[in-house]
Design a protein around this ligand. Structure first.
Ligand code: NDP
Ligand code: OXD
Length: 304
């Protein structure tokens, strides 16, 4: 029987029934535990909030299965020699699509004008149709491409940008310039890697059309904070809706909290859902045992 170590005790109560059921459904016979002798562990279900950070004693572990989509907190861990899989969870994807669409629609429809204006506000200016509001998505992976599909379904013209060339998607520096210069709303769904850190610096923010809105559920480090605040102060960027930050929780004295054109949400864009993600974990353990390739394997050199 396999030993599967669930390495985040604070999430155990939520995940245990779903993982137990998913392992049984996948035909995997396993002892699911929160504590075990390291040399007896076959698979590790990990999250960035796991106390486990030294993988050296886990000599028998065949893979580390991350509960999060983002892997920046583990990908550089020198003690990790096993394959690392990230989370692509249908529930998480659905949640992200809803969050992205919701925040895009807020800005597209100018909802704040009516919700936040007290008194007898009677401005009858109608917003344009979605088909007239270009959206750019940086990062066209699991979450970016699902968000793009949903926005396209509502007629938003969506431009995608990713690292590699793919059909209907821009790439490279010229592609980025084109993607930014066309963005009334910019959604950032890139992973944090050495290449993406501070991608949105002052020069790149200047490429956006005046008044563009930024919606960032990706990672805080994608944006140079000082450059963004300067662009907001100058009115070049119309609004920034930010879900992720370099330091979380966002420090109480950070200017983002009080800036009139910034909306802060506390890293709640999308959560890994225990029921659907447990099936992904169980399927990967089944694959590991059957000698089949793992799903969502992280490329350690690429960083995501
Ligand atoms: P994927 O790995 O599926 O997609 C990443 C995308 O980014 C790919 O399209 C990839 O390009 C592109 N990319 C990576 N590096 C570069 C680069 N240097 N230049 C251009 N494009 C690049 O990730 P997901 O879609 O699953 O998740 C994206 C991120 O969303 C996560 O890493 C995490 O940071 C964040 N996230 C935030 C959550 C929240 O609640 N706020 C919840 C879940 C995730 P290519 O296709 O060519 O490989
Ligand atoms: C993730 C996240 O990476 O929630 O899954 O940010």
């Amino acid at each position: 029987m396999l030993t599967v170590l669930f390495a985040t005790p604070s999430l155990w109560a939520e995940f245990q029934p779903h993982l137990t059921a998913a392992l049984a459904e996948a035909g995997v016979s396993a002892r699911l535990v929160t504590e075990a002798r390291p040399e007896e562990v076959d698979y590790i279900v990990y999250s960035p909030i796991s106390p486990l950070q030294d993988f050296t004693p886990y000599t028998r572990a065949k893979a580390v299965l991350n509960l999060w989509a983002g892997v920046e907190k583990i990908v550089g861990n020198q003690t990790l020699t096993q394959p690392l899989c990230r989370m692509v969870d249908p529930g998480l994807t659905e949640g992200m699509v809803e969050w992205v669409v919701g925040h895009c629609l807020r800005h597209h429809l100018g909802m704040d004008r009516h919700i936040l204006n007290p008194g007898h506000f009677w401005d009858q200016t109608c917003p344009p149709l979605a088909r007239e509001r270009p959206v750019t998505i940086l990062g066209m992976g699991a979450l970016g491409s699902a968000s793009a599909a949903a926005l396209r379904g509502m007629n938003f013209p969506v431009t995608g940008w990713s690292r590699t060339a793919k059909p209907g998607c821009l790439h490279g520096e010229d592609g980025l310039k084109q993607a930014l210069s066309n963005a009334a709303i910019l959604v950032t769904l890139l992973p944090k890697t050495p290449e993406t850190e501070n991608l949105l610096n002052a020069d790149r923010l200047a490429m956006l059309p005046k008044g563009a809105v930024i919606v960032n559920p990706g990672r805080g480090a994608l944006i140079d904070d000082d450059a963004l605040l300067a662009a907001l102060d100058a009115g070049h960027v119309g609004h920034a809706t930010l879900d992720v930050f370099r330091v979380e929780p966002l420090p109480k004295d950070h200017r983002y909290w009080t800036h009139p054109r910034v909306t802060v949400t506390p890293h709640i864009a999308a959560d890994t859902r225990p029921s659907s993600s447990s099936r992904v974990i169980a399927e990967n353990i089944r694959r590991g045992e059957a000698g089949e390739p793992y799903l969502h394997l992280v490329d350690r050199t690429r960083g995501y």
